[in-house]
Design a protein around this ligand. Structure first.
Ligand code: PMP
Length: 360
């Protein structure tokens, strides 16, 4: 048995995305840039996928550049602002933080006690980047307000929406100047994503080489992955937070000293970030894993490094609290029974750890 509760790290391929990938690979494997009829069909299918994605994001299709995922999209964007002043939230994913610091002069925008980014936008920033939803805590960030505020100031606004897209309604994201997305966060394949740009960025050459993606990103397009990504998104729908909230209710009754991070803030329906009352998070993770439950100690990109939760650090947690952080994130396949079984497993593991049971 494997009950998977790490969907913010990655998701299994949606069955319809898998079908779409196989169909595209079998029938439309030709190079979209070639000139014969079959290649023309692939190119048409590719443009059709771009249009469908544009509809889902509320963005004109010609603003979309297909990439290998959110990390590449974020790196491309900050490389284009090389040497400039930028402002990013204090809780951005490492794939925003690292290229922003590498290429630009960064001001960090702080979060409040709930982990919500404050709208203190430096007026001299050449670009502002605030994620749509946080990958660790699931906290929804005020990207709409930030986009409107930046528009008034005449500053381009980027949102890394890798955790929002596929979980919540996305048709308003097109209001942002730049949007980052990643297929494997919503049932699409890994190694596929996109960056939405402004119309005026039409001539930016992010990767040099062939004329693909209107000259903006050279390299033969991965049409089967793109088709699978768009199909996954067409089949991804917001879900009720109720099973997650029932879990929180039960676990906080079972462990009165547990701390749910950002419990008072609007959050993604699938995510719980919590500080366990005792025992290091790796002990919880290993014992839950032995029982068939996959959870996380924070974001996959920073787990494995001790005390690495960016969010819990930004909220001013102590080093010992940082070692007790666990993240649980459900998906379209998770049932209420899975959540219930997870609660029971937490109670069993707690007993094992407290009493020095097997391997404690
Ligand atoms: N941004 C956010 C908010 C993420 O959660 C992730 C994945 N952990 C990424 C970017 C990186 O995505 P990818 O794996 O597609 O590079």
């Amino acid at each position: 048995m494997n009950t998977y509760f790490d969907n913010n790290a990655t998701t299994p391929l949606h069955p319809l995305a898998r079908q779409a990938w196989l169909r595209a690979t079998d029938q439309h494997w030709h190079n979209p840039s070639s000139l014969y009829r079959h290649a023309g069909h692939t190119a048409q299918q590719l443009e059709n996928a771009r249009e469908r994605l544009g509809n889902l994001l509320g963005a004109e299709p010609n603003r979309i550049v297909f990439t290998s995922g959110a990390t590449e999209s974020n790196n491309m964007l900050f490389a284009a602002y090389h040497g400039r002043k930028t402002a990013i939230s204090a809780i951005e994913h490492p794939s925003v933080r690292a290229p922003a610091h590498h290429h630009t002069h960064v001001t960090e925008i702080p979060v409040d006690a709930h982990g919500i980014c404050q709208l203190q936008i430096p007026h001299d920033a050449a670009i502002v980047s605030i994620q749509a939803a946080n990958n660790e805590s699931g906290v929804l960030q005020p990207w709409r307000e930030a986009a409107a505020h930046c528009r008034k100031l005449g500053i381009p606004f980027h949102t890394d929406a890798a955790q929002w897209i596929g979980k919540l309604e996305s048709t308003h994201l097109g209001q942002c100047d730049y949007i980052t997305g990643s297929a494997h966060k919503f049932g699409g394949p890994k190694g596929c994503g996109f960056l939405v740009l402004r119309h005026e960025d039409e001539h930016i050459r992010f990767h040099h080489g062939g004329p693909q993606e209107n000259g903006r990103r050279a390299g033969t397009e991965n049409y089967p992955a793109i088709e699978a990504m768009v199909t996954a998104l067409e089949n991804a729908h917001p879900q009720s937070p109720e099973p997650r909230d029932t879990f929180i209710h039960t676990i906080t009754s079972a462990f009165p000293h547990i701390r749910i991070i950002s419990a008072g803030a609007p959050r993604l329906w699938n995510t719980v970030l919590m500080v366990m009352p005792a025992h290091d998070n790796l002990k919880w993770l290993i014992r839950l894993s032995r029982r068939g439950f996959s959870i996380s100690t924070g974001s996959a990109c920073s787990s494995g490094r001790e005390g690495s939760s960016i969010v819990v650090t930004a909220l001013g947690a102590s080093p010992t609290e940082l070692k007790r952080v666990v993240r649980i994130s459900s998906g379209w396949h998770t049932t209420a029974a899975d959540w219930q079984a997870l609660t029971t497993a937490f109670q069993e593991v707690s007993h094992e750890l407290d009493t020095g049971g097997p391997g404690a």
